[in-house]
Design a protein around this ligand. Sequence first.
Ligand code: ATP
Length: 296
Amino acid sequence: MSDKLLDISIRHSLQTASGILPMDIVFSAPKGSITAITGPSGAGKTTLLRQISGLITPDSGKIRFGNDVWLNTSVNFSISPQHRSIGFVFQDYALFPHLSVRENLLFALDKNSDKKIVDDLLNAVELTQLSERKPHQLSGGQQQRAALARALVRKPDLMLLDEPLAALDHHMRRRLQEYLLNLQQEHGFTMIIVTHDLGEIFRMAHQVIVIENGQIINQGTPSEVYLPKHQTDEQLVLFGEVLTCTVFDNHLLVTALIQQAVRTIKLPLQWQPDMSPGRAFALRYSLDIPEIELIK
Ligand SMILES: Nc1ncnc2c1ncn2[C@@H]1O[C@H](COP(=O)(O)OP(=O)(O)OP(=O)(O)O)[C@@H](O)[C@H]1O
């Protein structure tokens, strides 16, 4: 695993609307791992991905991927984005509008490479039938699958995904998360994904990094970062994702995916605003709190 450890140490001055904000980010990610980057708007998440990709050079820092040094500002060394083995998926897909899906993938392919990977990837993201269509003839989810496939054409070692699923509805998001996990297992790339979706973080990430004002304020596994630190024997902390929520007899009946199983839980009415479909939640289930009841 450690032969392709991604090691990042970056300092930069973010030019924000309210002045200069110092950015200071240090973390590493093992080969084949998934790191979720999260935090409020303007925290520096997109800037960080662009620095890793080489699109922005930070004021100072080092980026190493295994034995390859991508950036070392102390000796004025930086390799271009094309020479970093990276696939980048932007939130707005960034497909070429005048090219068909297949042409978008072919465009990304190295000249002398075997074109078979294009067919394999189109097949993997279930776009073979739609491969002659232009991006505007596809749904948002289909465009996003095309963007994913295109980012994988050069078999990158590192995939950078900037809120790639944010614009999609809950079901499409779930399907694309599955695609991503399957593709990641098949290709073995390391992945960094910017997301605000707690369900996505728990489902996909090995580590989560919370950035605020250019600084890492929390870091660990999703459970370490989000679940309560102290759990007693009488308490059970459950992680879930809302599927449906209905009002019944002065309380809420919430059908949710909890610990991989579909369950119905009964909750007080005041939880209603928090229980919209797709919303992730952690529930401390305790004998002392009888109103939170698991009624399978
Ligand atoms: N190349 C750059 N150099 C310095 N500052 C930048 C650069 N690019 C963007 N910024 C500023 O850095 C701040 C963080 O922007 P960034 O897009 O990284 O935030 P974000 O966490 O991705 O936010 P969002 O969740 O809204 O996308 C913004 O104030 C932005 O104007």
